[in-house]
Design a protein. Structure first.
Length: 197
């Protein structure tokens, strides 16, 4: 049995539903809101690569390495973006949260904080994870700030770690949160989310 089982997570008008091929048009529209695939520091699929992006995520789910969600608006079903559990390590009860991107029109709203609260809550409270991790491009300063706002601690930088979409080699900034840090982080995130209600 897979460590991360299919589940729908919901709060504050958002649903995180298991990503499926049926989300292709919605994902393409979300990525087009801001032409997000033009950012060299993200994994947003180009329009013609959306189906392959989903197929890759489904293959990784079957292999137990990644569980991708479509982030949808509960009232309309509109796809707002995607996020995933990845680098899933059941033996040490660790997951990472990543492959996260949202349509430009919902960035800097409650969407990211709500999604992270849902995923962190599922990881720590339901799956019993000891550690949740994040990683990002060393030049993705917005992502680094967002991860730090979650209460994650910077573990370090892995130099020469991965390829960017333009073929350059990136350094990867690694972050993590331990289970004992989650209650305080949750309280702070709920407070911050209340400020952006």
């Amino acid at each position: 049995m897979a460590f991360v089982q299919p589940v729908t997570l919901a709060d504050r008008g958002l649903h995180l539903v298991p990503l499926e091929l049926a989300h292709e048009d919605g994902l393409r529209a979300a990525a087009a809101d801001g032409e997000l695939w033009k950012l060299r520091i993200t994994s947003v699929p180009e329009p013609e690569q959306t189906r392959a992006y989903i197929e890759s995520a489904l293959q990784m789910r079957a292999e137990g390495h990644r569980f991708a969600f479509a982030v949808t608006e509960a009232a309309t079903g509109r796809v707002l973006g995607s996020t995933s559990f990845h680098d899933i390590l059941p033996a040490v009860k660790r997951v990472e949260i990543g492959y996260t991107w949202y349509a430009r029109s919902v960035q800097r709203s409650h969407v990211n904080t709500t999604c992270k609260l849902l995923m962190m809550g599922h990881a720590f409270d339901t799956l019993g994870c000891h550690v949740v991790g994040w990683r990002t491009d060393n030049y993705n300063f917005a992502s680094q700030k967002a991860i730090e706002r979650l209460g994650a601690k910077k573990d370090g930088v892995i130099r020469g770690h991965a390829l960017r979409r333009d073929g350059t080699i990136r350094d990867t900034v690694m972050y993590s949160m331990r289970a004992g840090e989650w209650p305080e982080a949750r309280a702070q995130l709920l407070y911050l989310r209340g400020l952006h209600a």
